[in-house]
Design a protein around this ligand. Structure first.
Ligand SMILES: [Zn+2]
Length: 265
């Protein structure tokens, strides 16, 4: 039995299309539902000004943590390189371009897009290949990338299913998508609920768990994979990455998950 009763328009799950969704939390004037089918948690209705919040101020914190971000980008790339060799990479929501910078220095042919004019101009100053817009607007050629990364992006997009179909289109068959997003299965969300650090229903409009994100990936032409601890020893110096890959099979150390999937035929 639910005590909460939200607005009248029907909440439909973006992933499994179920209408069996119940009101979970109300915060900052937004209603958040959970799907009984796949567990997806989402803001309904969607805020109208979704992409207008990302101005210069939004990126200030990002810039202040440049060294931390470059180091983390390098660690993330080492994990990816346990699955594939460097190739042509697209970073969606590239922000000021620090991940692209790290990718470039590791031998990737790195490209980026972001909805923020400001961020793209800043990334261009670093000499990076970046374009303004969302993936549909930019319209890359079919099969033109070997790897697509999305760090802290999928929780912001208005329609994850159509977004992931477009990601599948721009990836070559066998290509890899890597998604970093808050983990709604994590104990931190179960305990803290609306006080969870990632719970911002005006900008984070989708919260995934392992089952819902893997369902989304399978629905849109992907097969989930994991970085292999036993990957061929192509790159020396990936021991730390191997240990982290092994640990991630056992524990979920933080409340953000990284999900890897291959583009299928
Ligand atoms: Zn669902």
């Amino acid at each position: 039995m639910n005590i909460l009763q939200f607005g009248s328009s029907t909440a439909i799950c973006n992933i499994c299309r179920s209408v069996d969704c119940y009101p979970l939390i109300h915060k900052d004037g937004h209603d958040v539902y959970r799907c009984r089918g796949c567990g997806l948690v989402f803001t309904h209705p969607l805020p109208e000004e979704l992409y207008e919040q990302y101005d210069a101020r939004y990126f200030d914190l990002y810039r202040r943590r440049r060294q931390f971000r470059l180091k983390r980008a390098d660690a993330r790339l080492r994990q990816i390189e346990l699955i594939m060799r460097p190739g042509k990479l697209l970073d969606i929501g590239c922000s000021l371009g620090y991940f692209l910078e790290a990718a470039k220095s590791r031998g990737w042919d790195a490209w980026g897009i972001d909805v923020s004019d400001y961020a793209v101009n800043e990334a261009r100053k670093l000499g990076l290949n970046v374009r303004v817009g969302d993936l549909e607007q930019v319209g890359f050629e079919t099969g033109s990338f070997d790897c697509v990364t999305m760090w802290d992006v999928l929780e912001h997009v208005p329609d994850p299913t159509s977004h992931m179909r477009e990601v599948r289109r721009v990836l070559a068959t066998g290509g890899l998508v890597v998604i970093g997003t808050p983990n709604a299965d994590h104990l931190a969300f179960r305990i803290k609920r609306e006080k969870w650090r990632h719970f911002k229903p005006a900008e984070h409009v989708y919260y995934f768990g392992r089952f819902s994100i893997e369902t989304l990936l399978r629905n849109t032409g992907f097969k989930p994979v994991r970085p292999s601890v036993l990957a061929p020893a192509v790159f020396v110096g990936h021991l730390g990455a191997r240990i982290r890959a092994l640990l991630s099979l056992i524990v979920q150390p933080n409340d953000v998950m990284t999900v890897y999937a291959r583009a299928e035929e």
